[in-house]
Design a protein around this ligand. Structure first.
Ligand SMILES: [Zn+2]
Length: 195
């Protein structure tokens, strides 16, 4: 009997460190396995707070309302010194807008008929902001860097760069037709409910 008790104690002693180790590694796991910070590591509320000082507040509100209303598939390309992308109209399903913002703050937005977007008075329109906010939330854009671009945009009037816009629409049509591999970034309304 004494022998069994001794053995049980010995086994318990053996098991305990394992159990402890397991529980401590489990509790540490969320930290250890959290994804490494990506380009857009800045928290969304912080990013929006920065943007709100640089763009017309009505445009930012409209962009957030759009992101809350439905999912977007943002066909976008983020490069070192510019971003381009396509944002579908929520009011007219036949209408899509191409947007471009450069590191120097130059910006454009127009429809596929190359009509200038009507929302560009006073700064970046809701389409550009959907693009910038959606991509930053998805970690595809560095919030701090693009905030600098948005700050620079205040020194510019909107452009209508027809060649650049046409190139974006051609690529978008190619992607829609499955001829070009251009994967969109999806936005989820729930991500924006709390804002
Ligand atoms: Zn626009």
């Amino acid at each position: 009997m004494g022998c069994v008790a001794h053995l049980t104690r010995a086994l318990t002693a053996l098991e305990n460190p394992v159990a402890k180790k397991k529980s401590s590694s489990t509790s540490a796991a969320p930290v250890a396995t959290a994804p490494p910070p990506q380009g857009g590591a800045m928290a969304l509320p912080e990013f929006l707070s920065l943007l709100s000082r640089k763009v017309p507040s009505a445009n930012l509100s409209k962009a957030l309302a759009m992101l809350k209303a439905e999912r977007f598939e943002l066909f976008a390309q983020a490069e070192g010194d510019y971003i381009v992308g396509v944002v579908k109209s929520q009011t007219n399903p036949d209408l899509v807008y191409a947007c471009k913002l450069t590191s120097s703050g130059a910006y454009s937005c127009c429809t596929q008929n190359l009509f200038r977007c009507g929302g560009l008075q006073g700064g970046l329109c809701k389409h550009l902001l959907v693009l910038v906010v959606g991509l930053t939330k998805a970690g595809k854009l560095d919030g701090a860097r693009v905030d600098g671009w948005v700050a620079a945009s205040r020194m510019h009037r909107p452009l209508l760069d027809k060649d650049a816009m046409t190139a974006i629409f051609l690529r978008y049509k190619g992607a829609e037709a499955g001829e070009i591999d251009w994967r969109p970034t999806e936005t989820i309304p729930e991500d924006y409910y709390a804002l």
